[in-house]
Design a protein around this ligand. Sequence first.
Ligand code: HEC
Length: 203
Amino acid sequence: MRYFLAIYVLVIVGAVSILGVRGSFSTKPPLEVFPDMDRQNKLRPQAANGFFASGRTSQPYVAGTIARGAPYQDLPVNTGRISGTTNFVSTIPVVINESLLERGRQRYDINCSPCHGANGDGKGITTKYGMVAVANFHDSRIVKMSAGEIFDTITNGKNLMGSYGANIDISDRWAIIAYLRALQRSRLAVADELPENERAALQ
Ligand code: HEC
């Protein structure tokens, strides 16, 4: 009976202390058992910020940013195909200059040479570790292949080759193709195309 009374009193005290204060107000912060990331360090848009030179938190878009909802442009440079058709463009639809080729060389060495080899003969390092049937860019079939089809191969992959569209952005794909053409040319040039003095040195 004593225990019953003690428990009875405890239950009443407990119930009143939990339920009895409902509806009353307090200026003290609430007890937080699980804070659920209610408070966190973050930058608020438009707020001042000493970290950036502009003194602002919101920064301008990075050059080349395209809005998610921007209209898709059916242009050869984006698709490798003649606008409005499914036909591949035969040539590279961007301006080719030395800096593009240099960029292409660098991107080729990173992304393609492990399989296709530094000179494009299909004997990259991965062939020593079981990669098979890697295309040789000096095969006449690939020499004749349109630039658009190579663009499509990089973007979507082909047969055993995986796609690199997610890793290599569009301008770099064309840069790689320009360099790939230079690699092919390096084996196709004839002596008559050399400048006078270099032709003499060759003979
Ligand atoms: C992981 C290895 C690997 C990498 C990296 C790779 N390729 Fe390939 N590539 C292949 C293989 C394997 C084939 C042969 C595919 C087949 O016909 O089964 C191939 C085929 C090709 C072809 C010929 C497609 C055809 O129609 O026969 C082209 C062009 C090509 N690759 C370009 C590239 C370029 C450009 C890069 C760099 C951006 C690249 N590849 C990176 C493995 C690779």
